[in-house]
Design a protein around this ligand. Structure first.
Ligand code: AMP
Ligand code: ZN
Length: 136
């Protein structure tokens, strides 16, 4: 439990939430400002700021829960889901407690994804791929 963390307080029950699911490692509840109705957040019960600090097995467990929620969102006639995680300020993270967004999607619901904005120059793809591979 991190003192001033809103999601830790939700797990603890100190702040109310609309709980969807809970198991020993994860907790899922409705996002208070949904992109579409039913937009759910899957969080780790233990406090980790984001993907960089969250252990692999906890991430895997969060993704298992995200899959369960994805299927359950069919109850709202969702035709698809976006499963996404924002990590660090540059990526739009606002709450620094690891969470996965599961967003129900409907044809023509008006929510746009990012648009690819740049291509690679000659040889750049190989150079970029090599840099990433070297860190794995
Ligand atoms: P982000 O950190 O940008 O990935 O998103 C944080 C998400 O948490 C936003 O979509 C908020 O609407 C949501 N949120 C913040 N406070 C609450 C809360 N008390 N209950 C439910 N969702 C919340
Ligand atoms: Zn927390």
């Amino acid at each position: 439990m991190e003192n001033d963390c809103i999601f830790c307080k939700i797990v603890k029950g100190d702040i109310p939430s609309n709980k969807i699911y809970e198991d020993e490692e994860t907790f899922a509840f409705l996002d208070i400002a949904p992109v579409n109705l039913g937009h759910t957040l899957v969080i780790s019960k233990e406090h980790f700021p984001n993907i960089y600090e969250t252990p692999e097995e906890v991430m895997a467990h969060m993704m298992k829960t995200a899959k369960k929620v994805s299927i359950a969102l069919k109850a709202l006639d969702a035709e698809g889901v976006n499963v996404t995680m924002n990590n660090n300020f540059a990526a739009g993270q606002v709450v620094f407690h690891s969470h996965i967004h599961v967003i129900p999607r409907f044809t023509n619901d008006g929510f746009e994804l990012w648009h690819g904005k740049r291509g690679y120059k000659d040889g750049e793809k190989e150079e970029i791929a090599q840099k990433i591979i070297a860190k794995l």
